[in-house]
Design a protein around this ligand. Sequence first.
Ligand code: H79
Length: 457
Amino acid sequence: MFRFPAIVLLLALVFKPSFADEPRSPNKVVDQQTRMQWFRDAKFGMFIHWGAYSQAGGEWNGETNHHEWLQLTAKIPLAEYTEFAKSFNPTRFDADQWVKIAKDAGMKYLVITSKHHDGFAMYDSPSSDHDIADLTQFNRDPLKELADACHEHGVHFCVYYSLGRDWEDPDVPTGRGDKVGFRSNLIDYPNESEKDFSLYFERKVKPQVRELLTGYGPIGIMWFDTYGLITKEQSLELKALIRELQPECVINQRIGHNLGDYKVSEQEIPADGSYDPWESCITMNGHWGYNKADDNWKSPESMVRSLVDIVSKGGNFLLNVGPTGEGVIPEPSVQRLVAIGDWMDVNGEAIYGCGPTPFGDELGKKVKDKSGKTRVVGKLPWRATTKPGKIYVHLFEWPAGELSLPAIPGTIEDARILGMDINASLEVNSIGDRTTIRLPDNRPEWAIPVICLTLAE
Ligand code: H79
């Protein structure tokens, strides 16, 4: 684990004056900052989409493009889906191994689907019989095992919960206007107008959120998805319940009505980091849940580039794996995580606990094309992250001869490449308002080398 106690202290000093003149209750501000601190420093987490649907590997009646939405996309009636769920028996599931894979990749938190849109709970839920304990012969609680393994290995254990969709419960209306019912189980519960969200909220959501926050030790994040038709009062009530049970627990924005602690971006990286704090969740291939036909894997290099891009914009990267119905993280995912971990071993200090770029021009500019669509033009092939006294420049391409940077906020005392010979200080020159750094002819053999600039006090 990378730890930076001195930096945390410095940051606290740096931030203090800006909070001092804000008209908020001091206790509340400290609480929020304390709650978010580990999340801000962590930067990199593992998302796990795993449920009864994983058994199918995306295949149903000859179609191979299904995923965690299997029940809906393959139009499976609840009784049939429930029968199918009964055969879920992930005998090869090994929580310690999963946590080790995440940790070795440099991930500091793990978010597992406790209940996806199918409404099937992946833990022993006292308030529902639509769960792994009641339906299957798998006589274990995977969430308990993962929570214990995470807590033992110092990884923040977090849970995903599908809030506004549940295809088992009869009272979950979805959509508005011409989209009424568009994500509902209309096979078993065709009458949308009879559905009463508050019945589902009281019967299933509140009890299950309580169970998750009382039975599994500290929960790092309650990661809600698709808040759907929840009212503001209900979101507030849910938030109060979480704050009461675990005041330290972070809540993502999908609790609804902008009441969460941070914003989520799904399958995309925003052009800049204009909101704060935030997280991008992204798949390694084209699916969240296991799809055995999907070989469209992203390269480790492109995923490291995403991580760097996100951190340079002040965000976190939540990278997904979709384990099989047997409980195995697919080998292509494991291989990629190992490669990302190798990069993190050398360059982690330029990621963990880092702030966003001190520059900004490298992110490009937003322009609207003729059809009114926004595009980003003029992006440069590098990103920057910061810590007090340091600027890290991550090179997506190796420039010939020298790297030219915009004006540096400070004087550079030393420049070197992380992971290279400790004595190999690089030559720095200031020309006008630009700074150039002379690079060695032989680039490091790994992708995305990082130049660490140390600034004079
Ligand atoms: O859990 C994952 C998704 O199942 C869930 N959120 C992430 C984290 C999600 N629920 N709704 N949505 C995402 C938004 C809808 C996405 C869609 Fe699609 C993309 C609808 C059509 C294209 C997914 C892919 C469903 C059909 C194809």
